[in-house]
Design a binder for this molecule. Structure first.
Ligand SMILES: [Zn+2]
Length: 104
């Protein structure tokens, strides 16, 4: 798991949380979506500009220069995962996740 890889690499995870309307984050280099664990450069973290990188790009640069910000509690993610159920196609059409990320 990504989290364990980072912990094994000696990184500390700093709690950052997430606001309800916060947009998704993308790697500033390869533009892949970055979920939950945001790798930001130490410099951008202290300036609070939060230039996000994915783990691959951060490792390619130098992981030592990055801080890991965590946006979700692992227990919350597990709870959401546990709530997933398989439904028939007909029901899928009106399926709306209880824990909706985007507010409409
Ligand atoms: Zn990347």
């Amino acid at each position: 798991m990504q989290r364990d890889l980072l912990l094994n690499a000696g990184k500390e995870l700093a709690w950052h949380g997430r606001t309800q309307s916060e947009p998704a984050h993308y790697c500033s280099i390869c533009e892949v979506e970055v979920f939950d664990l945001l790798l930001v450069t130490t410099e951008s973290n202290s300036r609070k500009t939060y230039v996000v990188h994915c783990q691959d790009c951060a490792r390619r640069a130098d992981l030592d220069n990055f801080v890991v910000l965590e946006q979700y509690k692992i227990e919350d993610l597990m709870h959401v995962y546990d709530q997933f159920t398989l439904v028939s196609l007909k029901r899928t059409l009106c399926f709306r996740p209880e824990w909706s990320i985007l507010e409409t």
